[in-house]
Structure formats: C-alpha cells, structure tokens
Design a protein around this ligand. Structure first.
Ligand SMILES: C[S@@+](CC[C@H](N)C(=O)[O-])C[C@H]1O[C@@H](n2cnc3c(N)ncnc32)[C@H](O)[C@@H]1O
Length: 257
C-alpha cells in the first residue's frame, strides 16, 4: 500500500471513525482517486487537507465511498424464498419477529421486508430496525420518495397498495414507513443488538476485505437467536458457513445452528 493512501486511511479514521483499511483496497482507491483527480488534486494528502478544511468536500467523499444503489425487491427470486420458505418457518416458531436490515441505504430494502411480511401479519405488528453508515441515505429513506426504476421488481398488487404516484416519483405509504426505525450505525465499528430472528445484510459485504467479512459473519451469528437467519446479497455466498456456526437454509440464506 502506498504511504500516501496509508496516511490518508489513518487521517480519515481519526476524523470520521471510518476505517478504510477494512474496505477492498483497489476498488476504494480507484473510486476515490477518480474523484479527487476530477477536482484537481494530485495526492490523497492534498485531498485530505481540503476535506479537513471544507465540510462540503468531506460530505462528497462520504457520498462517494458509500455506494447507495438499491431497489425494491432486489433479486426478486430471493424475496420469493423469504416469503414462501423463511418467513413461514420463522413465524411458526415465533409470533413476533425481531428484524434488522443492516446497510439499508435509502430504505428500499427494509420497506420491501415490511411488504413481504405484510402478507402474513398486520403492518401494525411489524417492527424493523434499519441501519446505515450514511446519514444522507437515512434521511432519504425517511422521506420515502423513489424514481420509477427503483420499483421495477415490485409486484403489481404491492405497488397499488403501498405506493402513490407523485409526478414521475413514487411515494411509499405511511403505514409501511411506520414499520421501520432508522438509525445511523457503522457495521465495522459499532456494537450489534442481539436476539434477531432475521438479519438482512445485502450488497455491502462485497466492498469489505476478507478479514472484515470474517469478523462480520461471526458478529451476525452472535446477533441472531438460535434458528434465526442471515439473508445476504446475490453475489455474497458464504463459502464455509459451518465455520461461523451457520447451516445453509437456501441459497443466500444462512440459519444459525
Ligand atoms: C449498495 S448499498 C446496499 C443497499 C441494500 N442493502 C441493497 O442491497 O439494496 C450499500 C450500503 O452500505 C452502506 N455502508 C457502507 N459501509 C458501511 C458500514 N461500514 N456500515 C454500515 N453501512 C455501510 C452504504 O452507505 C450503502 O448505503
């Protein structure tokens, strides 16, 4: 690792408590280098000085390093498995479920969980914790207004029931919004709650180093109750689930042993 980037990592850690050394280096460096070069800086050092002095530049950096892309029912077939296999089992074991959408970005994921679960229990008895590192994403999630492309995979009946069209945007209903509590949380630094029935953590682990992922699989396992399930993204298969005390419940679903 270059001294320039290494030094930048420790400066950013001191300033924001975000540890870039736990993110895949080549990818993160490429994203940030292309950003600072566009702005006319020639090194991470120069970039940090400016970030340190100007909060707009800091926010732009945070925006760049957190990749917020999301959509409702992302990888729809996986949500069908959640609906038809995982939720029926979990609800047979417990009447009320403790659910966490970790790295929930702009809210599409926790709102999808609520829609899927609403097929089984009333919305008024659903409560989902949703967390993300990026407070801007959380603010957008709370507003709950989305472009049409985020809704491509939403089943027609859900779209009718839980969205209203405003111009070219869709607003998610208040009854869905009320099921979710958003909090700012850093997966790589903050402590986890426990006794979850379901943890959904998708499309963020791909950005982390193997070492960070390894630690997180252990922490997710501890945060679940026995028999609880971890639902990961469709490129994030765990290759040795047993070593984290998980069994494969379905592709991309891991049940705590
Ligand atoms: C690509 S989005 C995934 C959103 C959603 N889970 C999905 O699958 O559609 C990745 C999210 O991870 C968040 N993130 C990145 N690093 C994080 C960290 N250390 N702790 C918590 N969230 C983080 C980003 O802010 C971003 O919102």
């Amino acid at each position: 690792m270059s001294i320039d980037y290494k030094e930048f990592i420790s400066q950013v850690k001191r300033k924001t408590n975000i540890d870039l050394s736990l993110y895949k280096e080549a990818q993160m460096k490429r994203r940030l280098t292309s950003l600072y070069e566009k702005k006319g800086y020639t090194s991470f050092q120069e970039y940090f000085q400016s970030m340190n002095a100007n909060s707009d530049i800091l926010h732009e950096f945070l925006d760049r390093m957190t990749i917020n892309v999301s959509e409702f029912y992302r990888n729809k077939q996986r949500w069908d498995v959640l609906e038809n296999k995982i939720f029926p089992r979990l609800l047979a074991e417990r009447k009320s479920l403790k659910i966490w959408s970790a790295a929930s970005s702009t809210g599409e994921e926790p709102y999808t969980i609520a829609m899927v679960l609403s097929k089984y229990i009333p919305l008024s008895s659903i409560s989902i914790l949703a967390t993300d590192l990026d407070s801007n994403a959380i603010e957008k999630a709370k507003i709950g207004i989305y472009p049409e492309r985020s809704l491509n995979e939403v089943p027609v009946e859900m779209k009718k029931k839980y969205f209203t069209l405003e111009g070219t945007y869709y607003r998610v209903s208040d009854e869905i919004k009320k099921t979710v509590t958003f909090k700012q949380h850093n997966l790589l630094a903050d402590s986890f709650e426990s006794n979850f029935d379901l943890i959904v953590c998708r499309n963020v682990l791909i950005y982390f180093t193997e070492e960070a992922k390894d630690l997180l699989y252990h922490k997710f396992n501890s945060a679940l109750r026995t028999g609880g399930t971890l639902f990961v993204g469709s490129t994030e298969q765990i290759f040795n689930p047993q070593s984290y005390n998980f069994t494969i419940e379905d592709t991309f679903f891991y049940k705590k042993m």
